[in-house]
Every structure is written in C-alpha cells, then in structure tokens.
Design a protein around this ligand. Sequence first.
Ligand SMILES: *[C@@H]1O[C@H](CO)[C@@H](O)[C@H](O)[C@H]1NC(C)=O
Ligand SMILES: *[C@@H]1O[C@H](CO)[C@@H](O)[C@H](O)[C@H]1NC(C)=O
Ligand SMILES: *[C@@H]1O[C@H](CO)[C@@H](O)[C@H](O)[C@H]1NC(C)=O
Ligand SMILES: *[C@@H]1O[C@H](CO)[C@@H](O)[C@H](O)[C@H]1NC(C)=O
Length: 190
Amino acid sequence: MELTTRLVSVILFLLVIRVGCSASPHHWRKKRVGEPCKKLVFYFHDIIYNGHNGKNATSAIVGTPAWGNRTILAGHNHFGDVVVFDDPITLDNNLHSPPVGRAQGFYIYDKKDIFTAWLGFSFVFNSTQLRGTINFAGADPLMNKTRDISVIGGTGDFFMTRGVATLSTDAFEGEVYFRLRADINLFECW
Ligand SMILES: *[C@@H]1O[C@H](CO)[C@@H](O)[C@H](O)[C@H]1NC(C)=O
Ligand SMILES: *[C@@H]1O[C@H](CO)[C@@H](O)[C@H](O)[C@H]1NC(C)=O
Ligand SMILES: *[C@@H]1O[C@H](CO)[C@@H](O)[C@H](O)[C@H]1NC(C)=O
Ligand SMILES: *[C@@H]1O[C@H](CO)[C@@H](O)[C@H](O)[C@H]1NC(C)=O
C-alpha cells in the first residue's frame, strides 16, 4: 500500500518537473540589463606559425585531424585544428604599439562546412595601469562582421566581472596574421 502511494507521488513529481521545463522556451524571462559599468576597447594581434616565422609567431597549431599537420591550417575550413596563442594586446590597431597585456588561450575550428571557431582565453594585464585578468569564452562565427562572446569573469582590477565582448576582424592577412578588435562592455563591476 505504502509503496503505491510513494510511486504515485514520484510520478506526479516527475510530471510537474516536465511541465515546468517545457513551458520555459517561449516565456524566457527578459530581465532588463542596465548600462555597462565599464567600456573598454583593445586590439590583439595573432601571428600564426607557418614554418618560417618561428621568431615572430604568437600562436601555434597544437592539434590537427588526421588529414592535417601542425604547420599549415587544415582543409575543410580548418576543422579540428586547435591553436594556442599568446598575443600582444594594444590600445590601437598598430602591431608595434607598446603592448598593455597579453591575450592568452586557444581557439578551436569547430565546423567543417563554414569558417567558425570556439574561443577560450584571458586578457592578462600586469602593468602599473592595469593588473588582473578578464576571461572570455564563446562561439566565434568568423564570417560575421561582429561576434559577441561572453565575459565570464575576472580577477584583480576586474574582480568578479561579467559582460559581453563584441569582436570584429580588424585586419586579416592570409593565414599568417589577423587582428581582432574587442569592444568590451562590462555589466558587473566591483
Ligand atoms: C618579424 O617581425 C619583424 C618586425 O615586424 C619583421 O621585420 C620581420 O620581417 C618578421 N620576421 C618574420 C620571419 O616574419
Ligand atoms: C602540411 O600540409 C601542407 C598542406 O597540406 C603541405 O603543403 C605541407 O608540406 C605539410 N607539411 C608537413 C611538415 O608535413
Ligand atoms: C607582474 O609584474 C611584477 C612587477 O613588474 C612582477 O614582479 C611579476 O612577476 C609579474 N607577474 C607576472 C605573472 O608576470
Ligand atoms: C551573426 O550575425 C547574425 C546576422 O547578422 C546575427 O543574427 C547573429 O546574432 C550573429 N552571431 C553572433 C554570435 O554574434
């Protein structure tokens, strides 16, 4: 007797959970986000190792599918290539401007039929003006003029921050150099 009552209540509980889940997509709660508490613009510069530029390269292919190699980005929109980078960050779009920090992390080309990537990296600052990190993660559909990726946290001057960074490709030279502009809007500042 006791067992059936328990079973019935478990089933009812599961039903309630199901209804709760299926109701959400169309009623996604839209909370208003205020103005950003901080706006920042930076550029970072990626020089991909190509077999000849070992001295200047700031990034390297560290993983590739069976049909590729680690010297040249693979075919099929570079699908499967994993690139690690340690790029200089500058305040303007000049590669030779004094760097204010480093963009460090990786990107993964993650779709065969279009050119797109997934980014996970940090801006690392260690100067008298800026100290700390801003951490980024998200999909980077490279063919979009602008792409929004998440600012998922920070340390130091950016303690516990969150926000959105709008990336745009500011320059692109074959498969050796590109420059990204990051317009960072932080919505949580401490
Ligand atoms: C490395 O960078 C310097 C300065 O920009 C440039 O003059 C040189 O040609 C570059 N070397 C290679 C191998 O790309
Ligand atoms: C890497 O692949 C490219 C293009 O497929 C090829 O031209 C190059 O010779 C390969 N390099 C090595 C070191 O295998
Ligand atoms: C940051 O800069 C300070 C002072 O220049 C230096 O002592 C420290 O080692 C640096 N830290 C890192 C992680 O580079
Ligand atoms: C890419 O561009 C499309 C169309 O302009 C837009 O709807 C979409 O949100 C963009 N994606 C990202 C991740 O920014």
